[in-house]
Design a protein around this ligand. Sequence first.
Ligand code: 4AD
Ligand code: MG
Length: 459
Amino acid sequence: MHTTSIVDLLRRQPVGETVTISGWVRTRRDSGSFSFLEINDGSCLANLQLIAEEQLVNYASEVKKLTTGCSLRAHGLLVASPAKGQTVEVRAERIEVIGWADPETYPLQKKRHSFEFLRSIAHLRPRTNALGAVARVRSALSFAIHRFFHEHGFLQVHTPVITTSDCEGAGEMFTVTALEPGQLQGPDPFNNDFFGRRAGLTVSGQLQAEIFALSHGRVYTFGPTFRAEHSNTSRHLAEFWMLEPEMAFCDLAGNRDVAESLIKFLVCVALDECGEDLALFDQHVAKGLIDKLTQVRDRPFVHLPYTDAVTELQRAGRQFEFPVQWGIDLQAEHERFLCEEVAQAPVVVTNYPADIKPFYMRLDDDGRTVAAMDILVAGIGELIGGSQREERYEVLAARMAAAGLDLAQYGWYLDLRRYGSVPHSGFGLGFERLVQFVTGMQNIRDVIPFPRTPGSAPC
Ligand code: 4AD
Ligand code: MG
């Protein structure tokens, strides 16, 4: 039997055809000599209604015992539906129960569950409306990212997960060690390393992407990155996905243009292709979400040098938890204030103080700021961090030495400036923060299938 997905049936509406669907029961309602079953298969938010009459051979023995979470395959005629809220339904000719779900123990019942509770059942939560919708939006955005860069002539580079370079220099690398069998469960076994060298899990693929930008021009990498930061917030994970384009012959303004058109493109894709899921978030998670996204699509971003951003914050007449003065790293409260109160649009803050940014950012002519850019959005704060890179050998070597880096270990990175150096730029977009922004989900743990945070119980 060839199974058709529910999304395909609802799109094509082949009324009068015999179809086979496979999915999980959301609800069963009995009415006299027949039952209505709402079936979901994850292909879309909508359920398909299945009408089961008592003539079915297993009606009394099985169909009337179906409960939320049971899996089945059904075969029947697709007909126009007289009921409100749906256009078609299936009149079942055969229902094959595939898996039972004991209602006494199955944790997902018809009521709404809190996101916090759902985090405790990471293996079952994709079956809920909200987490199912997040997974679809996430997949659509991931695919759209590859499409965007493919259409703009970028080369995709697979950068390594295991590395000996700490791109951000913030001391947030997890180390990699070899474990003997059974050591995962035993006492602290961390006495091995990476074949005799110290190595860690990458915090960013940027440095390796730079290598390929300086051979192929325009490249991007998109993969998991890791930060051993102990921050327990709604926008930090220890393992998150980052998109990092890197472009040769490109300055900060060119970098900003790519980032802006990327964000607008991704918002368009979400609005065009994920309308049903976004409507769910708009109704139940973040009121006004679709209007907000439409404005992001249609309005220009605001450009604000760091120094002006500090002035705006000082002028705000508001007591921030973290006091504002030139030289501070902007905190989430400042970032959100800038785009929610000052600009009412995404804000690109540029030219941050050199002292608070990593060694690779290009030093500005004033000698105290760098050609950095962060893109801040409402509800989240920093969505993108990037910069023009320091392409001048002497300046870079001096900054690396000042940052305490072992220049011998970064000889390859300096070589890129020794041989055929060019101005180049790039940025990193936190993919989970993008999914949060597009869905309005409050907690970053709910937009990644398997969150890794301090205290999380991995499955
Ligand atoms: O600003 P970050 O640290 O920049 C870099 O890593 C650069 N090397 C990127 C580049 O220029 N190629 O991180 C980039 C973005 C942030 O703006 C944020 O969206 C996200 O990655 N991010 C995190 N997302 C979730 N959890 C964390 N712990 C994150 N840390 C950064
Ligand atoms: Mg940053």
